[in-house]
Design a protein around this ligand. Structure first.
Ligand code: ADP
Ligand code: MG
Length: 352
């Protein structure tokens, strides 16, 4: 598997550019709850860790703390074996040399593309700076853009330049905070693939925060799931998809139905259910309440008596259902329906 290593538990990794975070907590003044609570995670050198989590779960705070833009209340951050933050030490943000790309890219508006790219390369020889900028502009598919100013770029071009600028000084760690979220879906997908390709070629250790499940699953060597300032699960994309630790983790990747806790498993994906006529059995019955048509598929919402939330069933787009009709719901026979419980190691958010 590319870039994923399996370090011994509780051992901080020391290979070049690997990141080790232990028990990191951050509190904002005037906030009752800490924004980060004892976050522990490891990112292997040259690998990509995707982070997903609901809005407000602490993703940006984690990235800001890694850059040194927040002062943690406690915890340790080590990059390539060098301590960046501990109870005894705090390395200033500019000395950490960590690259960060935000949702808006934040290019310097008064500098052209070449000057933006060269911003972090002031100590480089002029010829090397030129070669590096040229090489990156080629890589992002924007050769000959050196003289353009940010106001002469489209949203997607700005984000590509922001990525190249962050990569230019070959940072030991690159942090991407939802860099493509403001772009339309097609552009987002193509930039995601381009970015993953460049990161692998440059062998850059990267944390990629995204709220798009397919971006996280397709790009990350591993994925960390955040909830209320903690990491509730960290695993490879396939393991995480097969065995989400909780309905919260599952719901970040798919439309799910939470079932009463007496059921096992106590949640099922909308595509793990099927609709059958009432006479054909099923584990429950109800009335079709709403249908959402998405082209490739459709979601049918079935209201069950005494159930506040409707059960959602994903069906093929060519199937025809009528709002108000009685219907039964059956569990599909799929290998993918997992009932395995995860080990405590995953629950503690130990990431590899
Ligand atoms: P995410 O990036 O996952 O949406 P954030 O890290 O931005 O989440 O926020 C985590 C929590 O910290 C939220 O409850 C948010 O309101 C709070 N928070 C973020 N930034 C600040 C700040 N500068 N001052 C006070 N609270 C903040
Ligand atoms: Mg954020």
């Amino acid at each position: 598997m590319v870039g994923v290593s399996f370090p011994k538990r509780n051992k901080m990794m020391t290979s070049p550019n690997s990141l080790a975070v232990e028990n990191l907590s951050v509190s904002y003044p005037d906030s009752k709850e800490p924004a980060l609570q004892k976050v522990t995670l490891n990112v292997a050198a040259s690998s990509i860790l995707s982070i997903v989590g609901a809005s407000g779960s602490g993703k940006s705070t984690l990235l800001r703390a890694l850059c040194g833009l927040e002062s943690p209340a406690s915890g340790t951050i080590k990059l390539g074996g060098q301590v960046l933050c501990s109870s005894a030490k705090f390395v200033r943000p500019d000395r950490r040399k960590i690259g960060l790309v935000s949702q808006s890219g934040d290019l310097f508006p008064h500098l052209n593309v070449f000057q933006n790219l060269g911003y972090g390369l002031t100590n480089w020889r002029r010829a090397d700076r030129k070669t590096r900028c040229k090489e990156l502009l080629e890589a992002i598919g924007l050769p000959n853009f050196e003289k353009r100013f940010p106001h002469e770029l489209s949203g997607g071009e700005k984000q590509r330049i922001a990525l190249a600028r962050a990569l230019a000084p070959r940072p030991p760690l690159l942090l991407l905070d939802e860099p493509f979220s403001n772009l339309d879906s097609n552009l987002r997908q193509s930039l995601r693939r381009l970015t993953a390709d460049i990161l692998r070629k440059e062998k850059t250790t990267t944390i990629f925060v995204t709220h798009h499940p397919e971006d996280a699953l397709s790009t990350g060597d591993s994925i960390a799931v955040m909830d209320s300032g903690t990491i509730i699960q960290c695993d490879t994309p396939r393991n995480l998809w097969r065995n989400p630790v909780s309905p919260v983790a599952a719901s970040l990747f798919d439309q799910i139905n939470q079932l009463p806790s007496s059921n096992f498993p106590n949640w099922l994906r909308a595509n793990e259910l099927e609709l059958v006529e009432e006479s054909h059995g099923g584990f429950t019955s109800g009335i079709i309440h709403e249908i959402e048509f998405f082209g490739k598929t459709q979601m049918v919402y079935v209201k069950i008596q005494n159930n506040l939330t409707p059960v959602i069933v994903e069906v093929a787009s060519e199937e025809k259902y009528q709002i108000g009709s009685p219907i039964s719901i059956k569990r599909k026979r799929l290998k993918a329906i997992q009932s395995k419980r995860l080990s405590t190691e995953h629950k503690q958010g130990i990431c590899f």
